[in-house]
Design a protein around this ligand. Sequence first.
Ligand code: FAD
Ligand code: SF4
Ligand code: SF4
Length: 478
Amino acid sequence: MAERMLQFVRLSQQTPEKREPTIRREDFDEIYARFDPARASEQASRCSQCGVPFCSVHCPLQQNIPDWLKLTAEGRLEEAYEVNAATNTFPEICGRVCPQDRLCEGNCVIEKGFESVTIGAVERYINDTAWEKGWVKPPTPVRELEHSVAIIGAGPGGLAAAEKLRTQGWQVHVYDRYDRAGGLMIYGIPNFKLEKDVITRRTAQFEEGGIHFHLNSEIGRDVTLEELRARHDAVLIATGVYKARDIAVPGAHLDGVVPAMSFLTASNRKGLGDDVPEFDSGALDAAGKRVVVIGGGDTAMDCLRTSIRQGAASVTCLYRRDKANMPGSMREVHNAEEEGVRFAWLSAPDAFEGDTRVTGVRVTKMHLGLPDATGRQQVEPIPGSEFTEPADLVIKALGFDPEDLPRMFDEPGLGVSRWGTLTVDRRNMMTSLPGVFAAGDIVRGASLVVWAIRDGRDAADRIADYVKARDAVPQAAE
Ligand code: FAD
Ligand code: SF4
Ligand code: SF4
């Protein structure tokens, strides 16, 4: 092992090639190329095979990273794929969208003095190769079970649970109010981060493996939670968080002031070839417009970079804190800067100007003051600093809260936290309703794809335990 691995002392870090900003601004294709086989093997060989791998500790799926890196370095790719796929339902997606700088790679021990192993890019390489070679198979149960589960939400959380239970032989029914499976992976995250066929080839395989999808089916409107509970042995709620945080300033009703998800969904739908009247009318198309995006998270970065690709005349990000305090991934901020986005740091909107259509955003400059009780510096307005930022399209990307599920599901007994997320018993992931489990953003609040996968996989195990225990009780009593 030793001579093949530990190559970080000899080989420098190389990431897959990134397309030139001037070229990638012109289309919605992914911006990173794939490693070629020699480069992937070389980069994997930089790993020092730590006894206690901090990369794995900080991966939400606690994947066996050193093992699949070693197998890749040795050219044993099919085995690398098997080890990787054993712990991750969507490794090819995580390789693309995980903020690796904050997770696995950010905690790689050879960070210090050298540069971390490019774990995400290698994970993507292994799994893209696996798809090409036909190693990725639909979930195939060894025997069919009578147990059935209803999964509400076809995002990464719901799908990870669906795949695991189906592989065990469960009858799995996934309900989603959208017309396509994938959740935010299909309608939130733009193509230039995650091309859509990467998701659709997975969901097609899930269908082939016997997972039943009930699309255009909203629980609380088309079907009730009560019906699902009566029909199935267990229910998993994985509905994500969709209530957009708003900003209560004058002019918020003006035409041309739009929520981020409407903008991103229209763009993603257009890319998928759908008819999108709100896009075709120009209402949700940034072409030729002066675009202002409000917010500093990853959703804001996606809106900014989508606007660039749609051919906006100018694209400006207004964020009330400074760059160092942005919640978004630095990698994405950097990509946005390269593509021509202008960042107006320490800038807070006071009002949207215009008669019926927005023409500008009234902005006050801020400065960072004393830290509050949480240690975070307060933002304070600078008197007399107001100015107007011209705008034809304003996109609000201020984050998401959970919808009111107890009301939507007509289940007042469904317990929620003070933030509206579902409360679950941490030991078994069950909500306050027996046999009803929850996973992903609806429990954590807006989070990451990889955490939803982790929760979905865990929930599948807890659901199986629950039904096993339930079935065992009458037998034990006899
Ligand atoms: P979701 O993916 O939200 O899926 C929930 C599903 O439930 C949806 O399909 C919805 O239609 C369905 N649903 C909701 N209510 C009902 C109902 N009543 N009946 C039936 N169906 C219902 N994470 C990353 O790791 N990397 C990124 O780069 C990244 N970029 C992002 C960009 C944007 C713009 C956004 C908004 C999020 C991003 N995220 C990213 C976060 C990530 O997408 C989410 O954390 C993840 O998708 C959550 O998974 P989930 O399964 O809990 O919910
Ligand atoms: Fe890193 Fe995400 Fe892969 Fe874990 S799943 S190894 S955090 S890229
Ligand atoms: Fe390899 Fe870095 Fe993980 Fe250590 S922390 S096992 S060097 S990838």
